[in-house]
Design a binder for this molecule. Structure first.
Ligand SMILES: [Fe+2]
Length: 343
């Protein structure tokens, strides 16, 4: 150990002693994971880490905003090592609140493409935001691009979840990044003018409403579609029979993707375990869990997956806009949605 490290270490030990809490410091073979991912299949993802490393995971589950508030309130005494959640906008909120510390792992830099990382948080899987349409009333060619959702020909046909939901804010942020604010705003106005009903429900509700003929088109994340495709219930698979799926903007920037990702918290008592955990998330086996368990695409280039639903959805051109840009334009996206009444 170098001499220069000593004062820092004793400072850390002092902080750990002050914080006291059961999981705060002590056992190095521990990781305190604050998770806002609520997928049952993640159990296997986490237990595999423990099996490989011997590091036990204490998981604190919560809603994104609550977890962020909690970590902020815990301050220097926070036992949180890693925050894992979905959506670039949410991770950037945590970052803007100053909750993360830089990651600086050469292993992760080598594995995760640059557009899927920032200095302070990293994406481990991606999901695409696609357009779904009712096969009996809309043509695939009518909705080849996100821009089509604002065309007058779709008047009264567009269903959407709330504009303030992070998935829609991130999509809007990507449109601002590519097209500029003015064009993005007129797009949002056009979409609102085309609503079949006021925004409500989640992505699956929009997909069901399209299948039921209540609306002609909607946007949805791909894993919701894959879930229906792989469902044991005949009625779920029947929904998929009624709808078509389009990869938007294939001739342009590519289909908007969002991410699920994680960062190491500023006062992480188990810094080393935290880094090992993030490196594990980029490993072949973890990448397969993301793909097979929750129907997401691996963030690691070339990771091999075996998921029939993702294979059936087919290959597509994904937008490679840096996740940083999604974060950068999120506030603008919300302002524009407010202005045009995309609630
Ligand atoms: Fe979701």
């Amino acid at each position: 150990m170098s001499h220069s490290l000593r004062p820092r270490l004793s400072m850390l030990m002092l902080l750990a002693a002050i914080s006291g809490g059961a999981a705060a410091a002590g056992d190095p073979a521990t990781l305190n994971l604050y998770s806002a991912r609520h997928y049952q299949t993640d159990e296997a993802l986490y237990s595999e880490f423990t099996r490989q490393t011997g590091i036990r995971i204490n998981r604190i589950e919560g809603k994104e905003d609550e977890l962020l508030e909690r970590i902020r309130n815990e301050g220097r005494n926070s036992p949180a090592d890693v925050l894992i959640t979905v959506d670039a906008a949410r991770l950037s909120t945590a970052d803007e609140m100053g909750l993360f510390q830089p990651i600086a792992s050469k292993k992760l830099e080598a594995k995760i493409p640059a557009h899927l990382r920032t200095d302070d948080w990293i994406a481990f899987s991606t999901r695409a935001r696609v357009i779904v349409y009712a096969k009996d009333s809309v043509q695939a060619s009518d909705v080849a691009n996100y821009a089509d959702l604002a065309q007058p020909k779709l008047k009264g046909k567009v269903c959407s979840r709330s504009g303030s939901h992070p998935y829609n804010l991130s999509l809007m942020a990507s449109i601002i990044a590519h097209e500029g604010e003015a064009k993005a705003e007129s797009w949002a106005r056009g979409v609102v003018a085309n609503f079949a009903r006021p925004p409500r429900g989640g992505d699956t509700d929009q997909i069901k409403a399209v299948a039921a003929g209540e609306c002609g088109v909607a946007v949805a994340n791909t894993y919701y579609l894959a879930r229906l495709m792989r469902s044991d219930k005949a009625e779920d698979r029947a929904i998929m029979e009624k709808i078509g799926v389009v990869w938007p903007d294939q001739k342009g920037a590519g289909t908007h993707i969002n991410i699920s990702g994680a960062g190491i918290l500023k006062y992480a008592p188990h810094r080393e375990s935290a880094e090992r955990f993030l490196e594990y998330l980029a490993s072949d086996s973890a990448q397969r869990y993301f793909a097979d368990g929750n129907n997401e695409w691996p963030a690691v280039t070339g990771a091999r997956i075996d998921n029939p639903a993702l294979a059936a959805l087919g290959p597509f051109k994904a937008d490679t806009l840096p996740v940083k840009s999604l974060a950068m334009y999120r506030a603008k996206a919300q302002m524009i949605f407010d202005r045009v009444g995309y609630r």
